[in-house]
Design a protein around this ligand. Sequence first.
Ligand SMILES: CC(C)(COP(=O)(O)OP(=O)(O)OC[C@H]1O[C@@H](n2cnc3c(N)ncnc32)[C@H](O)[C@@H]1OP(=O)(O)O)[C@@H](O)C(=O)NCCC(=O)NCCS
Length: 177
Amino acid sequence: MTLPFQPAGAFPVPSNVILATMRSADEARVHALHAVVFGPGRYARTAFRLREKAAPLVALSYVAEEDGVLIGAVSMSRVAVGEARGVLLGPLAVLPQKRDLGVGKALLARAVASAFSVGESFVLLVGDLPYYAPVGFTRVPFGQMVLPGPVDPSRLLIATNPEAMVDVPAGAVRGRA
Ligand SMILES: CC(C)(COP(=O)(O)OP(=O)(O)OC[C@H]1O[C@@H](n2cnc3c(N)ncnc32)[C@H](O)[C@@H]1OP(=O)(O)O)[C@@H](O)C(=O)NCCC(=O)NCCS
């Protein structure tokens, strides 16, 4: 069941884990994390292709560090759906040996809260609804959006900004420069 948008503080992390805004200097570490988590096939995914044309939003992206070591990250980039402007969330990745500690949901909730706090009207992602629903994501109605590649429509998820009270946008999804 999808819950209403949850504040970032609803998802705590262990006391030795710190969430911080991503800096450009983190690029190499985040790239290495993606290589470990997603492997070489990652560039073929539709979400990766979409992000190639989308400007990264480093200020809304977060890393998780444990004792200074990067253990997880979530990236955000600019997208448009039809005329509506919002954010694409992903990849979200946590090192295999650091999973089930709450780091993934904490990163997710922090990134979504940041996007809404600066007035972004929606956050879109491709992922499994059971994982993302507790943070406030719901399925995009089938056929409402067109992506630049194959995506399982049951995995196209959206959270809309409760302050903006916008409808789920419709149309082609494309990266924004
Ligand atoms: C998905 C991912 C980010 C979760 O990170 P995490 O830090 O372990 O997540 P959390 O600790 O917040 O949540 C763990 C819970 O989510 C569940 N979960 C993990 N992946 C899930 C999925 N795809 N669908 C449903 N539930 C899932 C776990 O079983 C666990 O359940 P529990 O709390 O009942 O034990 C991590 O598993 C990962 O990096 N996976 C590979 C990359 C990926 O699939 N990224 C998402 C798409 S871009």
